[in-house]
Design a protein around this ligand. Structure first.
Ligand code: UDP
Length: 245
């Protein structure tokens, strides 16, 4: 295992703060090749335990940050504490904020029809001068997919945000990594919905105390079944930690 990562149930998470992750991304953008950035949370790590392809995909990324507080807790249980959570949305926001100055171009892929357009409009309003060169919704068939890839390769955006939902977006980026002419592909789940104003992050106070998951449980109680993965994740990490000692 490389020194600057921690193995959490088979997924190697980078030891980076939000600021360091951002730094890495600016460095990636200076290189003329595709970089993959993924932000696994505990749910994704649990899925990857039974999905070797997903595990391979996640570990192939140039940067993997701990999206959820569960992953940060897990690192503590394993005795190699990550400094902080680096949520995909926070990282994406740091990047878009600076795009008007850096001049890098952006393509938005994903979300229900209309979401990427609204996200584009909002981002252009908020960050005057940002170059969003293209977009497509996240519901397409194989033929349409070929068209999207051709479009991306014609536009050659520096960055592509891919929001197709957990595991689908990471696999999509991985499967097309050798075809896509871009420098950075970032899988950022529901972030386009947030940029579009269709979904909200938890209030800061919840995030500060590591309780964003609790906020989401109250707001979207139908997610509770998916959230049952969290206690299972904690127990699995704990047992693994014991075995290592
Ligand atoms: N999504 C998409 N195509 C799909 C499935 C999902 O564009 O085939 C979008 C969905 O509209 C939403 C985002 O992916 O904007 C995240 O979806 P979800 O909340 O289901 O994903 P997760 O929380 O698992 O990342």
């Amino acid at each position: 295992m490389m020194e600057n990562t921690i193995d959490i149930l088979g997924v190697h998470i980078d030891f980076v703060t939000l600021a360091q992750a951002e730094e890495k991304i600016w460095r990636f953008l200076k290189e003329d090749k595709l970089h993959m950035v993924f932000t696994p949370n505990s749910e994704m790590i649990m899925v990857a335990m039974n999905d070797p392809k997903l595990q391979e995909v996640l570990n192939a990324a140039n940067l993997k940050t701990a999206d959820g507080i569960g992953v940060v807790h897990a690192s503590k249980i394993l005795g190699k504490p990550l400094k902080e959570r680096v949520a995909g949305f926070d990282l994406a926001k740091r990047i878009v904020e600076k795009l008007p100055q850096t001049g890098h171009s952006l393509y938005l892929l994903g979300g229900a029809p209309g979401i990427a357009e609204t996200a584009k409009q909002n981002l252009e309003k908020q960050y005057t001068g940002i170059k969003i060169v293209g977009l497509h919704d996240g519901y397409f068939d194989v033929q349409e997919e070929q068209r999207i890839i051709r479009e991306i390769n014609t536009l050659k955006p520096d960055i592509v945000f891919v929001c197709l939902g957990m595991s689908k977006q990471e696999k999509w980026i991985y499967d097309h990594r050798n075809e896509l002419k871009t420098k950075l592909c970032m899988g950022i789940g529901g972030s386009l919905d947030v940029f579009a104003g269709k979904a909200q992050r938890a209030p800061d106070i919840f995030i500060k105390f590591g309780l964003e998951w609790f906020y989401r449980l109250i707001k979207e109680p139908w997610r509770y079944k998916r959230m049952m993965a969290l206690p299972k994740f904690a127990v699995t990490v704990f047992l693994k930690g014991k075995r290592q000692k």
